[in-house]
Design a protein around this ligand. Structure first.
Ligand SMILES: Cc1cc2nc3c(=O)[nH]c(=O)nc-3n(C[C@H](O)[C@H](O)[C@H](O)COP(=O)(O)OP(=O)(O)OC[C@H]3O[C@@H](n4cnc5c(N)ncnc54)[C@H](O)[C@@H]3O)c2cc1C
Ligand SMILES: *[C@@H]1O[C@H](CO)[C@@H](O)[C@H](O)[C@H]1NC(C)=O
Ligand SMILES: *[C@@H]1O[C@H](CO)[C@@H](O)[C@H](O)[C@H]1NC(C)=O
Ligand SMILES: *[C@@H]1O[C@H](CO)[C@@H](O)[C@H](O)[C@H]1NC(C)=O
Ligand SMILES: *[C@@H]1O[C@H](CO)[C@@H](O)[C@H](O)[C@H]1NC(C)=O
Length: 505
């Protein structure tokens, strides 16, 4: 993806303080590129957008700045250690109940699979196609109701999918994608019962009562892939990286003009794009469309013998519980739960930018709480018990299932109700664009999402995502819980309450 595209020459020092542009109304159907873009957040959404911008001729004169509270230009702080775009592994799967995302992953995988040259994204251990074993609960195995219920939030008859609905639909979609290609089709197989699941898992364990294996899916080393992306961006010489924490957005009567940092510096730009992941709601009132939810993760040190056995397993994802295990590398096994998660409602000091210039903002927001500012933070007992259950069921090696976790962690999603991303111009403030609402499944799109975001910036959003990614208004858009069917655990858990329970046990 790198070498074949033209590199733009440019001045390598750009500043964020350029506002002398007559194109200050991005909310019209105006595709004139802004003279300066300020991207808040150098996670997956922010950095991939910066990269895509450097590759578009239309933006050749645009100065591009990326700001992150965790210095993006230092290896020890990039990717931000408590953000979502880090870690040893992220699942790469076209296994979606929703066909548009399945197809988008299919497109991304063409690039993930390039591994011949060291410079290729998928090379040097950044991508592993180990297969994905999707399992679920057979008791709700009734055929999925029509019409599809995953559309935009405007759909009045929105119905919650169960994990099993999701697994079945996902199976239909990956089968259909594969039917065009006999090589792919050969690598997908239905597993009708626990024994068949056990055999494919190869750990001696089993989970779920129905499932399928898709050897076209796998996982990526997220930290290494972000480092790769950063290097591509750096080499263009087009992007100015700044370390700083955005406290609020600067605006005039109708539009956003820049950002104010905690140290009171002000940066201005013609277009501000907020891609601050689960933190976005702390300075932009998202009107309930996206909520920060904490997800539990556990890491275990394993022996060489255990590595030998478990290194051969596929990724396993139980869609009834949301629990999943990724094959270990370098003696570390990771278990996690893709669930409703915990919210952390907090009164924020600075009210986020109101929904419109005439509105006032609600200051109670779910704010990520991480071990970066809270070194003693543990995960709630409820979550730890679930991770333990996954080990017992999926990797039941003697001595392993009761071994204490080397490390546990809360990782934060920006969750929307339908699990669709939120990638759009703000409807009421000019010159503001948001790219968030990752809903815990965006990482796999690293090779392609930046381009799609730039299409949306140019008001040329891919038609299949235009509604899904749009800023939505009204009660129906509020993200109390993500109801796409992929989530396990209990809805409505509050982090503080669960932590208190943990202490009282
Ligand atoms: C535990 C876990 C497991 C996951 N598993 C998968 C998976 O298997 N497959 C998959 O495809 N996806 C997975 N995901 C989802 C994927 O990791 C995310 O969708 C993606 O990384 C989101 O990227 P982002 O850019 O939106 O957010 P982030 O990576 O969180 O980036 C936000 C950035 O904004 C910065 N920031 C925040 N506030 C401020 C501020 N005030 N000022 C300046 N900068 C700020 C942060 O430092 C951070 O760098 C998982 C996520 C988690 C948490
Ligand atoms: C960039 O700026 C140069 C010099 O002003 C101008 O000639 C060119 O047309 C501009 N290109 C684009 C794509 O805006
Ligand atoms: C996996 O799903 C099944 C339902 O098929 C459920 O009974 C079981 O508890 C789940 N196991 C784990 C470890 O999540
Ligand atoms: C994907 O699955 C949905 C739901 O089962 C179905 O309506 C759709 O036709 C599938 N797409 C393809 C390409 O098979
Ligand atoms: C786990 O392994 C790492 C690296 O091998 C090591 O530094 C660490 O001390 C180990 N932790 C435990 C609890 O064994």
């Amino acid at each position: 993806m790198t070498s074949s595209l033209p590199q733009h020459s440019s001045s390598s020092t750009t500043t964020t303080t350029t506002t002398t542009n007559n194109n200050n109304n991005n909310n019209n159907n105006n595709t004139n590129p802004p003279s300066s873009i300020l991207i808040v957040g150098s996670g997956l959404f922010g950095l991939s957008t910066a990269y895509a911008l450097t590759r578009r001729h239309e933006f050749i004169n645009t100065s591009i700045t990326v700001i992150d509270r965790s210095d993006p230009s230092s290896q020890s702080t990039f990717p931000s250690p408590d953000a979502a775009s880090i870690d040893t592994s992220r699942i790469v799967r076209a296994d979606y109940a929703d066909h548009a995302y399945a197809a988008l992953c299919d497109e991304a995988q063409l690039i993930w699979r390039q591994q011949d040259k060291p410079i290729d994204l998928g090379a040097q251990g950044r991508y592993h196609e180990t297969g994905l074993l999707v399992v679920g609960d057979a008791t709700s195995a009734a055929p999925v109701a029509d019409p599809p219920v995953e559309g935009g939030a405007s759909e009045s008859s929105h119905k919650k999918l169960t994990g099993m609905d999701y697994a079945r639909k996902s199976w239909e979609n990956v089968s259909s994608l594969a039917s065009r290609d006999p090589m792919l089709a050969e690598r997908i197989r239905e597993l009708p019962n626990a024994d068949a699941i056990c055999e494919v898992l190869g750990t001696g364990g089993s989970s779920g009562a129905w499932g399928y294996i898709n050897y076209n899916s796998g996982w990526t080393d997220a930290g290494a892939s972000m480092a790769w992306l950063y290097e591509q961006v750096r080499q263009t010489g087009r992007v100015n990286f700044i370390a700083g924490t955005v406290e609020s957005l600067e605006h005039d009567d109708t539009g956003v003009t820049g950002v104010r940092l905690q140290d009171q510096r002000v940066l201005t730009a013609d277009l501000v794009m907020v891609a601050a992941g689960a933190w976005t709601g702390s300075f932009v009132d998202l009107d309930g469309q996206a909520v920060a939810t904490g997800q539990v993760l556990g890491y275990l040190n394993i022996t060489e013998e255990e590595q030998e056995i478990l290194g051969k397993m596929p990724v396993i994802l139980n869609l009834s519980s949301g629990l999943f295990i990724i094959p270990p590398t370098n003696g570390v096994l990771k278990v996690a739960r893709h669930a409703y998660g915990y919210t952390n409602p907090r009164t924020v000091h600075f009210p986020p930018l109101p929904v419109s210039p005439t509105a006032t903002s609600n200051c109670l927001v779910s704010i990520p709480r991480t071990s970066l500012h809270d070194p003693d933070l543990v995960i709630p007992a409820e979550g730890e018990a679930d991770l333990r259950a996954a080990l017992r069921e999926m990797t039941p090696l003697p001595g392993l299932v009761d071994r204490p976790f080397t490390k546990t962690r809360l990782c934060w999603y920006s969750d929307t109700r339908t699990a669709d991303f939120l990638i759009d111009y703000h409807p009421h403030w000019k010159n503001l664009f948001v790219a968030t609402g990752d809903s815990g499944h965006a990482f796999k799109f690293l090779p392609v999402i930046g381009d799609k975001i730039v299409d949306c910036i140019q008001r040329n959003c891919p038609p299949e995502f235009k509604e899904k990614w749009a800023w939505k208004e009204g009660e129906g858009a509020k993200a109390l819980f993500t109801e796409d069917g992929s989530r396990g655990g209990k809805p409505g858990l509050i982090l503080e309450e669960e932590l208190l329970k943990a202490r009282s046990v």
